[in-house]
Design a protein around this ligand. Structure first.
Ligand code: TEU
Ligand code: CA
Length: 534
C-alpha cells in the first residue's frame, strides 16, 4: 500500500485569516468547517493548520502557552472535534503545526523554570551565566537576562519564545505526551516547526560571522549532531500510530543536510526552502534546484514543493504580479516530483499587502526590525521600509471570499488590514470563470487525482531550454509530459523523443485544443500537459 501522503496535495491554512465563524474578526474552527466543501471542491487532500493552541500570540501562536487545549480565539475543543470529523467525512486529512523547539514565556513550565535556580523545571530551558554571541532569528541577541535568578535564557526567536532544553529527557517525555494527545484526537500528523533547532551545541561556542552574507553563520545553534537520534525517536513514536504523516520545517540551504532529515525512521518529508523561497523570479534557479534535488535525494526520498507560506511573500507578488506566470508556477508545483503545499489564497491569486503605517503592522519580525532600525538612529521612513521587507504580514491577510464587506471573511473588521486591491480578486468572481486562477488550480488538482504518475511517477527526463522547463513523469501505466514555458517567446518542441504513440493534450493554460504532429508550439508563458502511452 502506498502511503496516502505520497499522493496528496496539502493546503496551508493560516488560522486567524481563513474564515471567521463568530464575527470577532479572527478566523476560527467554525469558519474553516463552513469552508470544507469549498476545499473539497478545490481538490486538496490534506490541510496544514498553523498553531491553534492557547497563546499570547506574540508570534501568532508559534508561542504556545498550553499544549493540550484550543485557543479561545479559534473556538472550543468541541469545535475542533467537529471540524476534524467533518474534514474526515470529506476525505480530507488534517495535520497540526507543532512547536517543539520553544514555548511561550507564559507557559507554566517556564514560569516555574524562571522562579529559582533550584526549581526542578530549571533544566527544562537553557540557562547560562553569560550570553554568547548567538543572534535571534528575529534580530538582536538570542539571550535574555532574568534579574531574579541572575542568569540568561536562550531564545532562537522572540524573547517571549523561550527554547526548551531537548538535552533533558523530561522535556522529550512531555512533548511525546503532547503528540499522543493530538494523535488520539484524530490529527493525521504534524508539521514540525523549526525541527532542526531542537539541539544546540553544548560547547556554546560563538557563531562565526559570514562576511559575504554580512550576517551571523548559525553554525552552533541548529543542525547539531545530536539532532538525528531525536528525530528518529519522534518519528518512531508518531509512526506507532498507523498512517500518520510528519513534515519537518528545516531551514537549510544545504541539500545534503536537508536530506538527512527524511527517510526511513525519520521524517516523511521536509520543506525545501531553496525552491520555495527564491526571491526574484528565475526559472533557471528553480530548474537547478529540481535537478539537484533529483541528484542528491535517495530515490525513496520524496521532496516537497511550495512557493508561498505564512513566512514569505506570495509568489505571484514576488514574481512580478503576472497571472500567467503564477499559473506556470502552480502547474510546476502540482506536476513536478514532490508533495505540494498550496498556501491559502494562492489558488485565487491573492496579492501581498504592504503597509504605510507602522501602527498597522502585526508581525513580530517586522516590528522587531523597525525597533532595531530606530534604535540605530535610522529615520522612520527607512525603518518602515526595512520593517516591510522583514514583515510576514504580506501574505497573512484575510482570505478573499467575495467582494462584499470585509471580503466575506468576517462580519466585522478583521484583526489585520484588508488591502484595497483585495476586493477585486475573490472566490466568488472566479468560481464560474473557466479561465480563472481558481479554475486552473481545480483542473490541475483533478489531473493529479486521475493520473497516478503525477503523484508517484519518476522523471524520465528533466530539461531546461532557455526558460522552458519540461519533464516526463512516468509510472507503470502512463507517461505525462509537462512543458512550462516561462519565457516571453513562443517555442517549439519535438515530442517524438518522449512519445512513440499519439498524444492527448490534458491541459493548457492558454488554449483548448492542440493540432496534431510531433512539433508542438508552446506559446510564451504557457503551461501544457500531454499524455501518451508508455
Ligand atoms: O519559522 C522558522 C523560520 O526560520 C522563520 O524565522 C523564517 O526564517 C522567517 O520567518 C523568514 O522570514 C517558523 C514558523 O514558520 C514561523 O512562523 C515562526 O515565527 C518561527 O518558526 C518561530 O516559531
Ligand atoms: Ca472568530
Amino acid at each position: 500500500m502506498v502511503n496516502w501522503w505520497k499522493q496528496s496535495t496539502f493546503y496551508e491554512i493560516y488560522l486567524p485569516s481563513f474564515k471567521d465563524g463568530n464575527g470577532d474578526g479572527i478566523g476560527d474552527f467554525v469558519g474553516i468547517t463552513s469552508k470544507l466543501d469549498y476545499l473539497k471542491e478545490l481538490g486538496i487532500d490534506g490541510l496544514w493548520l498553523t498553531p491553534f493552541y492557547p497563546s499570547p500570540k506574540v508570534d501568532n501562536g508559534y508561542d504556545i502557552s498550553e499544549y493540550k487545549s484550543i485557543d479561545p480565539d479559534y473556538g472550543t475543543m468541541e469545535d475542533f472535534e467537529a471540524f476534524i470529523k467533518e474534514a474526515h467525512q470529506r476525505g480530507i486529512r488534517v495535520i497540526a503545526d507543532l512547536v517543539l523547539n520553544h514555548t511561550s514565556t507564559d507557559h507554566k513550565w517556564f514560569q516555574e523554570s524562571k522562579s529559582s535556580k533550584d526549581h526542578p523545571k530549571r533544566e527544562w530551558y537553557i540557562w547560562r551565566d553569560e550570553p554568547n554571541n548567538w543572534e535571534s532569528f528575529f534580530g538582536g541577541s538570542a539571550w535574555e537576562y532574568n534579574e531574579a535568578t541572575n542568569q540568561y535564557y536562550y531564545h532562537a526567536f522572540a524573547k517571549e519564545q523561550v527554547d526548551l532544553n531537548w538535552a533533558n529527557p523530561e522535556v522529550k517525555q512531555a512533548m511525546f505526551d503532547v503528540m499522543k494527545f493530538w494523535l488520539e484526537k484524530g490529527v493525521d500528523g504534524f508539521r514540525l516547526d523549526v525541527i532542526n533547532f531542537l539541539k544546540v551545541n553544548d560547547s556554546f561556542k560563538d557563531n562565526p560571522y559570514d562576511v559575504e552574507k554580512n550576517e551571523q553563520n548559525h553554525l552552533y545553534d541548529k543542525d547539531q549532531e545530536g539532532i538525528f537520534p531525536v528525530i528518529t525517536e519522534i518519528a518512531e513514536f508518531v509512526h506507532q500510530y498507523p498512517d500518520k504523516f510528519l513534515v519537518g520545517e528545516v531551514g537549510s540551504e544545504d541539500l545534503k543536510i536537508l536530506k538527512q532529515y527524511s527517510g526511513l525512521n525519520k521524517l516523511d518529508v521536509v520543506f525545501n526552502f531553496n525552491i520555495g523561497s527564491i526571491g526574484a523570479f528565475d526559472s533557471d534557479k528553480i530548474f537547478n534546484q529540481l535537478a539537484e534535488t533529483e541528484q542528491v535525494y535517495h530515490p525513496t526520498q520524496i521532496p516537497t514543493l511550495f512557493f508561498s507560506s505564512h513566512d514569505m511573500s506570495r509568489h505571484i507578488s514576488r514574481f512580478g504580479g503576472d497571472e500567467d506566470r503564477a499559473k506556470l508556477v502552480a502547474a510546476l508545483m502540482l506536476t513536478a516530483k514532490g508533495v505540494p503545499f498550496i498556501y491559502y489564497g494562492d489558488e485565487i491569486g491573492m496579492r501581498d499587502w504592504v503597509t504605510d503605517d507602522i501602527a498597522k503592522m502585526k508581525d513580530v519580525q517586522g516590528l522587531m526590525a523597525y525597533e532595531l532600525e530606530i534604535q540605530s538612529k535610522q529615520s522612520h521612513e527607512k525603518a518602515l521600509a526595512v520593517a516591510n521587507e522583514k514583515s510576514r504580514d504580506k501574505s497573512r491577510t484575510p482570505m478573499q471570499w467575495n467582494s462584499h464587506s470585509n471580503v466575506g471573511f468576517s462580519e466585522t473588521l478583521p484583526w489585520i488590514t484588508i488591502p484595497t486591491h483585495a476586493y477585486k480578486i475573490n472566490v466568488e468572481n472566479q468560481q464560474n470563470d473557466l479561465n480563472s486562477m481558481l479554475s486552473f488550480y481545480k483542473r490541475l488538482l483533478k489531473l493529479r487525482k486521475v493520473h497516478s504518475s503525477l503523484g508517484l511517477g519518476n522523471y524520465e527526463f528533466l530539461r531546461n531550454e532557455n526558460g522552458m522547463i519540461y519533464f516526463v513523469r512516468k509510472d507503470q501505466f502512463e507517461k505525462i509530459l509537462v512543458i512550462l514555458n516561462f519565457s516571453d517567446q513562443s517555442k517549439s518542441l519535438n515530442i517524438a523523443a518522449c512519445f512513440a504513440s499519439d498524444t492527448e493534450m490534458l491541459l493548457s493554460s492558454k488554449r483548448t485544443s492542440l493540432e496534431g504532429g510531433n512539433l508542438v508550439t508552446i506559446l510564451a508563458n504557457e503551461a501544457m500537459i500531454l499524455k501518451g502511452d508508455i
